[in-house]
Design a protein around this ligand. Structure first.
Ligand SMILES: [Cu+2]
Length: 351
């Protein structure tokens, strides 16, 4: 009985720390932003596969470890190229608006070919993944790159120069280890986006892994009883970096989450300058009238992705108005309209 009540008390002691989680809010391809849906909402067309909730995936054998909780195929597959820069902006909270809440654990990025299937119809459970980036502890080992994400930073990878053309899923994953001092405590936040790689590369991955399958609950990078000990050296789970690993990868300055959702309507339109206004019009688009993310309905949305310039053009004006990632990040500092990122003071208290 003593032991039981001791357990109960320690549970109570831990309980107040639950609840701060998050999701992938936006990706950018060479500076063109594509917004993601809030978890469980169908707000508009996106290349990011929508998850059902901000909570983590628990357990390496969980089928949701592939692309996140109940991830659904996305309507858009957006253009990119070998050597493109892909930027991931994570958010905290069910409705976004705060920064990523965790700071201990790695970020890893994988890619997988959609083969001959349009990525909007591709079943990720059969994907053959290769690892293109991984960022764990910073030099010196006392802080993690994930701590930069908690500060609001984005994460960027520059794709291999010889990637073969075609559809790919790109899977950016954060593992948060604050509870991984117990086996099964690691929190997995995988997120997948759909890219159409152009160009004429011929690179093929030398080896691939599956999710679930690539990790085990007892991997030294997943069950980390010593993670808070001085001198702890992190060991990444999963495969080594692929022969098609990213040219470079790092945390990068914050990108404001303000892209319009692509209309999903084939209206490459005579007047590109009005595209942004059109896509911000409420609910006029068939895609928002029929947001349904089930594989069958994403087939209906497929024409939108083959009309890739649509999403490109509807966001291009916003993007060009703000310039490149680097320029935009600087602008953010003085941009009062950075509405989905709260002040640091607010964020700190949210966790
Ligand atoms: Cu969390």
């Amino acid at each position: 009985m003593n032991r039981l009540s001791a357990l109960f008390i320690s549970f109570l002691a831990v309980a107040p720390y639950v609840s701060a989680h998050g999701f992938l809010g936006q990706i950018s391809v060479d500076g063109t932003p594509y917004r993601g849906n809030l978890p469980g909402k169908n707000q508009g067309s996106s290349p990011i596969r929508m998850v059902s909730d901000i909570s983590p995936v628990k357990g390496t054998g969980n089928p949701d470890i592939t692309c996140g909780l109940s991830a659904q195929p996305a309507a858009l597959t957006v253009p990119a190229n070998p050597g493109s820069n892909i930027t991931f902006q994570w958010e905290g909270g069910q409705d976004g608006g705060s920064d990523w809440p965790h700071n201990v654990g790695p970020l890893m990025t994988y890619m997988a070919s959609c083969g001959s299937t349009d990525c909007s119809n591709f079943n990720a459970s059969g994907a053959k993944w290769f690892k293109v980036a991984q960022s764990g502890q910073k030099p010196g080992g006392s802080t993690w790159y994930q701590a930069d994400i908690m500060q609001g930073d984005s994460y960027s990878v520059t794709l291999d120069q010889n990637l073969a053309p075609g559809g790919y899923l790109i899977r950016n994953e954060i593992i948060s280890l604050q509870l991984a001092t117990s086996q099964g405590g690691a929190e997995f936040y995988p997120a997948c986006a759909q890219l159409n790689i152009g160009g004429s590369g011929n690179g093929q991955p030398q080896s691939t892994v599956s999710f679930p399958g690539a990790y085990s609950d007892t991997d030294p990078g997943i069950f980390t009883p010593n993670v808070y000990n001085p001198g702890f050296v992190y060991q990444f789970p999963g495969p080594a970096l692929s022969n098609l690993q990213a040219v470079s990868f790092d945390t990068t300055p914050a990108v404001s989450i303000d892209a319009n959702f692509a209309s999903g309507v084939a209206a490459p339109s005579a007047a590109p300058s009005t595209a942004a206004a059109q896509s911000s019009a409420p609910a006029a688009a068939p895609s928002s009238a029929a947001p349904a993310p089930a594989p069958t309905s994403s087939a209906a949305a497929a024409p939108a992705s083959s009309a890739a310039p649509v999403s490109g053009s509807s966001t291009a004006s916003a993007s060009s108005a703000k310039g490149s990632c680097r320029v935009r990040a600087k602008a953010n500092a003085t941009n009062p309209d950075r509405r989905r990122h709260f002040s640091r003071a607010t964020r700190r208290t949210s966790h």
